[in-house]
Design a protein around this ligand. Structure first.
Ligand code: FPP
Length: 233
């Protein structure tokens, strides 16, 4: 079976999962963390080299303060609790997004774990935090213009590879498969350029209920797709 090299996931539906059970949104996110652990395991078991998870978008700051604070606390717990697992399974942690704008405690915990796991090479786990694809493109444009002003590059020679090298994903292959849970058909400002030729798989399952079986189904569906990249068969 043809496996994707890079799977990127929009983990959606924690709030609706909680609402259906008369529980708080934070409890939905807590349950969502269990899924994060399961899916990291599933990626390792399937020998998928790159997994990217959309954990917090730049637009998520607009949620109630209680939810934002709760999510940041959950993130810190996750980083503390998972350090050993990342070590054991040789998982290297990376981030994309403006993480310097996160609460200091989160920022420090992330930096520490990224550094501690940098030499691991079974799975590259990238967590998108305070991420917006549009902001990422803005940052890339700024950086390219500055390089051009310093005569470090010739503006007439800018091509897509120049742009790709200035994106935060420069060390990652483009995603082959984007999974979105909870039945929403949107990319929501996630890896817009990088997913130009990604296969998109929408699962109706809420993220807290998404399990290894659902993940395997997404992989099986991916294997059935015919990728043409704009050419003929
Ligand atoms: C979408 O559900 C989910 C989020 C905005 C947060 C996802 C975060 C986690 C699963 C936990 C933190 C992650 C890591 C990697 C530690 P929603 O709240 O938009 O659900 P709704 O659309 O049903 O309201």
């Amino acid at each position: 079976m043809e496996l994707p090299k890079h799977v990127a996931i929009i983990m959606d539906g924690n709030g609706r999962w909680a609402k259906e059970r008369n529980r708080s949104r934070i409890e939905g996110h807590k349950e969502g963390i269990k899924t994060v652990k399961r899916i990291i395991e599933a990626a390792i078991e399937n020998k998928i080299p790159y997994l990217t998870l959309f954990a917090f978008s730049s637009e998520n700051w607009n949620r109630p303060e209680e939810e934002v604070t709760g999510l940041m606390q959950l993130l810190n717990q996750f980083l503390k609790n998972e350090a050993k697992t990342l070590e054991k399974h040789e998982v290297s942690l990376k981030t994309i997004g403006r993480i310097h704008e996160l609460p200091k405690e989160n920022y420090r915990a992330i930096q520490e774990l990224v550094e501690a796991t940098t030499d691991h090479n079974a799975l590259t786990l990238t967590v998108a935090l305070n991420y917006s694809s549009k902001n990422e493109i803005v940052d890339a444009v700024r950086s390219i213009v500055n390089q051009s002003l310093k005569n470090e590059l010739d503006a007439n020679k800018i091509n897509y590879s120049t742009i790709a090298k200035n994106l935060e994903t420069k060390e990652l292959p483009d995603p082959d498969l984007i999974i979105r849970t909870s039945g929403e058909y949107r990319l929501s400002n996630f890896l817009l350029l990088q997913s130009a030729y990604a296969e998109i798989y929408i699962s109706p399952i809420y993220w807290p209920d998404f399990n290894k079986h659902h993940f395997d189904t997404a992989l099986e569906q991916y294997a059935l797709r015919e990728r043409r990249y704009g050419a003929l068969k």
